[in-house]
Design a protein around this ligand. Structure first.
Ligand code: PEP
Ligand code: MN
Length: 338
């Protein structure tokens, strides 16, 4: 249940409402929007006397929402969430979040060279997997802790923020200390133990959509993080499994406007894992920006044909330059910038 109040509603009225609805098994969530105040109630609200509340000064509306996701629900939080990373970086506002870099960190030379190139092109974040969730246990599993040190070195040299995937709850403390944006991969979208632990941090979490997850399941995964106290969730559409085999996955472009309607959380697009095909990254990136995505995460490799993972979908630094130039006018047309 959601109680919508006028922006000017006095604290004394809000306190009185809260006293009336407080119950041990209920959670009360308060949010301040640009044009109203919200009191959200999580838990059974059948016995709340709506007539009494609706007569209180300042109450505009009482909404009985039916969605299972609450904190991630736009009805609970009408304004867009804007996550502040530092003085020059926000996610979910006018600026697009551009993350790029290799699928996996492979060597110092590789990550530093790519970092310099993507920074020059306009990226503000460097991606690079160090713990890789590979389908085969015989494939390259990532440079692990050594890879994280290389990412840190690239950050030191370029000033880019680093984004990397966490696979195990054992690494939470290290990631909290060392990583700027913690990525939860598709395969871990429903690793509830991991999500709950990440919910105890105050770090931005990049939550990729599960391989076959519905939008609701994905928002419920976000809810797991948020329900533990971390509101800094960035969703990432990376393509879903369909019957189509011509592409690696199918980019669910409709997920972007849907998420915007259902939730207040920022959503970015990963055209690389969606398409799995290098030449398709550019058109999908343009479409993502045009439809209102809050950013892109793109795999870039200085020698894609020799990449240890995901080479077929990795663009070269030159191709990345072109993609960035091509999306700029689209961003401008919809009031966004890089
Ligand atoms: C990745 O970003 O390299 C990755 C493994 O992505 P996903 O979890 O979307 O497959
Ligand atoms: Mn990859």
């Amino acid at each position: 249940m959601i109680i919508k109040l006028e922006k000017e509603t006095k604290e004394s009225v809000i306190d009185a409402i809260k006293k009336m609805i407080e119950k041990e098994e209920r959670i009360i969530v308060e949010n301040e929007a640009s044009d109203c105040k919200i009191i959200g109630i999580i838990g059974d609200s059948k016995d709340i006397d709506r007539n009494v509340i609706s007569c209180m000064k300042g109450v505009i509306d009482i909404i009985d929402e039916t969605e299972k996701y609450k904190r991630a629900n736009r009805k609970f939080h009408p304004d867009d969430t804007i996550i502040s990373i530092d003085e020059e970086r926000t996610v979910g506002g006018d600026n697009l979040m551009i993350i790029s870099g290799p699928c996996a960190v492979e060597s110092e030379e590789q990550i530093i060279e790519i970092a310099k190139r993507v920074k020059n092109a306009g990226a503000k974040y460097l991606r690079g997997g160090v713990f890789k969730p590979r389908t085969s246990p015989y494939d390259f599993q990532g440079l692990q802790y050594e890879g994280l040190e290389l990412l840190k070195k690239a950050r030191e040299i370029t000033g880019l923020k680093i984004v990397t995937e966490i696979m195990s709850t054992d690494d939470i403390e290290l990631y909290e200390k060392e990583v700027d944006v913690i990525q939860v991969g598709s395969r871990n979208m429903q690793n509830f133990d991991l999500l709950k632990r990440l919910g105890k941090l105050n770090k931005p979490i990049l939550l990729k959509r599960g391989l076959s997850a519905t939008i609701e399941e994905w928002l419920m995964a976000a809810e797991y993080i948020m329900s533990e106290g971390n509101p800094n969730v960035i969703l990432c559409e990376r393509g879903i499994r369909t019957y189509e085999t011509a592409t690696r996955n199918t980019l669910d472009i409709s997920a972007i406007p849907l998420i915007k309607k259902m939730s207040h959380l920022p959503i970015i697009v990963d055209p690389s894992h969606a398409a799995g095909i290098r030449w398709m990254i550019e058109p999908l990136s343009k479409a993502a920006v045009a439809i209102g995505a809050d950013g892109l995460i793109i795999e870039v490799h200085n020698n894609p044909d020799k990449a240890l993972s995901d080479g077929a979908q990795s663009v070269t630094p030159d191709m990345f330059d072109t993609i960035i130039e091509d999306i700029k006018p689209i961003a401008t047309a919809i009031g966004r910038s890089l």
